[in-house]
Design a protein around this ligand. Sequence first.
Ligand SMILES: N[C@@H](CCC(=O)N[C@@H](CS)C(=O)NCC(=O)O)C(=O)O
Length: 213
Amino acid sequence: MTQAIAPKLRFYSNPMSRARMVRWMLEECGAEYETVELEYGQTMKSPQYLAINPMGKVPALQHGDAVITETGAILAYLAELFPAKHLAPPQGSPERAAYLRWLFFVAGPAEAATTAQTEGWLANQTDRQAMTAGFGRFDDMVRTLRHAVAGKRYVCGEHFSAADLYLASYIGWGMMEGSLPALAEFKAYTQPLLQRAAYLRAEELDGPVPAAA
Ligand SMILES: N[C@@H](CCC(=O)N[C@@H](CS)C(=O)NCC(=O)O)C(=O)O
């Protein structure tokens, strides 16, 4: 009988991007993977890569015939691919509810609010716009995040999960580039997570983030 060969993981990345979060997750999983580094505006927009991700953005992950884009989705996919690492709480549990909630919160309202704020699109935000936008008001989004992590080691019970990885990456990056306030609660939550062995390995592989100009 022939043994089925597990499909390989191919990771499309640029080290100056959200792909750093996926690298950290791959390292948490102890995954074997091949990295394809793409250049902004060049190989990232090539017909070959647009066939993988028509958005022409990184990160993306290929696993056999499966293609996964969107950082949160990739993190969730990997958590399920490596169940022995316990990076996703059990289905149907309250911890799973928190896990899904915060994964989706970062991918949706948090990301969008940060971009809108940084780009100056919120300067004259009206009540109607705040009501319509999925992120509401920037300050409400930050208050919600603060509430999520205040006094917590992990956001889903007693175990580190992909939701912590996503939150810590997003908050840590946001504080570093100034798109999020450096709140004491944010620092207390992210500091220990950003010392994990897998995070440090990923940082070593991706190299330092250049200081802002
Ligand atoms: N929604 C996507 C966003 C991906 C994204 O915007 N990636 C940026 C780098 S962080 C990118 O590839 N930009 C290149 C471009 O748009 O040309 C995710 O969460 O992964």
